[in-house]
Design a protein. Structure first.
Length: 141
């Protein structure tokens, strides 16, 4: 199995890729990514974020649908993606982690995500972490 961490900035490739994946994988929704998964009827094992990009109705739907929800404060040291990866590793330490939507959108988020495997808490898992979108596949060695 693979843990797919789905952030909010999904390109068309990522959306179609997700829809084609086996339901036997693990799906972690990060903020708006959790709502996208719910909307597409993809089972959400874990939803993580401050959910500031969701309406109250969307937030309620995510909380009612996801198996586990970790709500984060808006003011925090970690990005939603950092928190989601840390939780995913704690729940599924033996799996590989593919982050979709993590290398598009805001430049500060892109850079924070790109350097995730360099953080001490993530470095033991660096070879298991990758990012994908329409134009890029980033892996760490």
């Amino acid at each position: 199995m693979t843990v797919f961490l789905v952030a909010g900035h999904l390109d068309d490739f990522s959306k179609n890729y997700l829809k084609s994946l086996s339901k036997h994988n693990i799906f972690v929704g990060i903020d708006y990514g959790a709502y996208f998964l719910v909307k597409e009827k993809i089972p959400v094992s874990l939803a993580v974020g401050d959910f500031d990009s969701l309406s109250d109705t969307e937030k309620k739907l995510v909380k009612e649908t996801a198996q586990k929800v970790k709500s984060l404060p808006k003011e925090k040291d970690d990005t939603d993606t950092q928190a989601a990866l840390e939780l995913a590793i704690s729940f599924y330490p033996e799996e590989n982690y593919v982050i979709l939507g993590g290398i598009g959108g805001r430049l500060d988020h892109f850079l924070a995500n790109l350097y995730l495997p360099l953080e001490k808490r993530f470095s033991p898992y660096a070879e298991k972490i990758s990012f994908r979108n329409r134009q890029n596949a980033v892996s760490f060695y």
